[in-house]
Write a protein that binds this ligand. Structure first.
Ligand SMILES: [Cu+2]
Length: 72
């Protein structure tokens, strides 16, 4: 499934790298695409991964994430 997150607080490519790595390190994540311009992260992941754990992973890096939508 795919989850789209709205990510607040990113200001440069370093921020994008931090958010990308944090999401990639969550168990069950298959691919991550983060857009600085749109303030969005698109994450492909397994069915048993809760979108909230993606939000928590981003929060730990110091940015704010909200689930925008989830596609199965
Ligand atoms: Cu930055």
């Amino acid at each position: 499934m795919k989850t789209v997150l709205k990510v607040t607080g990113m200001s440069c490519t370093h921020c994008v790298q931090s958010v990308t790595k944090a999401l990639q390190n969550v168990a069950g994540v298959r691919s991550v695409s983060v857009s600085l311009e749109q303030g969005r992260a698109e994450v492909e992941h397994s069915e048993d991964l809760s979108p909230q754990s993606l939000v928590s992973a981003v929060a730990k890096t110091g940015y704010t994430a909200d689930v925008q939508r989830t596609l199965s």
